[in-house]
Design a protein around this ligand. Sequence first.
Ligand SMILES: Nc1ncnc2c1ncn2[C@@H]1O[C@H](COP(=O)(O)OP(=O)(O)OP(=O)(O)O)[C@@H](O)[C@H]1O
Length: 455
Amino acid sequence: MAISAEQLWEQILVRLKEKLSRPTFETWIQNATIENLNSESLTLLAPNVFVMNHLQKHYLDTIGDVITEILGKPLEIRLTSEHGENLPFAADRADLLLEENRFNNYAKSPLKPIQLNPKYTFYRFVVGPTNRMVHAASLAVAESPGRDFNPLFLCGGVGLGKTHLMQAIGHYHLEINPDARVFYVSTEQFTNDLIAAIRNDRIQSFREHYRTADILLVDDIQFIEGKEYTQEEFFHTFNTLHEAGKQVVLASDRPPHQIPKLQERLSSRFSMGLIADVQVPDLETRMAILQKKAEYENVRLPKEAIEYIASQYTSNIRELEGALIRAIAYISISGLSMTVENVAAVLNPKVEQITASPDTILDVAVEILNVSLEDLKSNSRRREISRARQIAMYLMRQHTDLSLPRIGDKFGGKDHTTVIYSCDKISKQLRKDRALNQTISLLSDRINFVTRQQN
Ligand SMILES: Nc1ncnc2c1ncn2[C@@H]1O[C@H](COP(=O)(O)OP(=O)(O)OP(=O)(O)O)[C@@H](O)[C@H]1O
């Protein structure tokens, strides 16, 4: 055979990389090597039996196809593994794990407790009529964990403060009891930790870690849906903590009985404490949230502007806060005052395109996009720079009558095809990327403003 084992494996890897998703490739394929190659068969060496079984079950056909593509004939594929006897789990356990397809690169990292966000405290949480109850329940749990509401199940729509309240419980309890073991974890992280523990034979330390919490805060528990093995493990974690009088707090976008493919025994345990609804705040509360946020940003806003923003964003506090930040950014850059008209213009942009000079456009891009003029004219492919260049080209196309080659000239002599590519790319992204829309309208507004000043 003309091709060596290593060459063949290299070619196989290149093709598999194209065919498979990155996590799949990195988790299951990349660490295998070729043990032996002859005219009839190829033997692959997997790092352990767990990976070997997985390859055997799921990727043998794909690998076989790739070999036939490369060699023009099939080979028998044999699998073997290192450290077979050290396998932490029997193969059927391994099978259960295969449901977990969101495997990141956690495999080698030890369990990491996630830091609480310092901003998510009770002090920063604005209480109004719709969240008074859930706030009171959270505070009670923070003061006396494991007593009244165990578990506390926070549920409600996206961006309404569930994570904030959960973490506030953690912060508050740590204030009164600094030695407490408070763990905040997303369901995805719990799952990833579990998989990593199994793969690295650390299931015991995984269990010790989670089962010795004084307060376990688990976010987005709805993502446990259908993950049988994670549910199994979490069931035992939950029971251990609950029986020991330790507090469990769960957050979800829906109540337990509406989480599909959730084992009945978990659903009933999740419901045995208090299910507290986090609801959409009313207008006054939304205004108070904005007011408080503006104070933290050290910005003074007229009441009308706050009222306008609060009236526009009714169902998601994250979006409400995002709107405020955009309005503040606009004001600080444009130097205009925070009138309702100006705020409305930035939040609902109808971009007016005044004809501007190419230099004004470059100046504004430099001012707002955090790049230098040299960067814009350079050939640098660094992401931020090429992105800024594309945006500036797009704006030059919108705000001037320059031909494509002339626009290319303004960017250090770029080819007109580069200009076409950039403008197309930005136009396409504008259709779905709200943040980009805001950036472009901010730049456009600034270009209009500077141009008016010049005339
Ligand atoms: N009552 C409130 N007072 C002050 N800030 C709030 C309040 N409610 C929500 N927020 C803020 O809104 C943002 C979104 O809240 P959070 O991330 O807690 O939402 P969530 O319900 O967990 O959303 P998701 O379902 O997307 O996980 C955060 O910045 C949070 O601080």
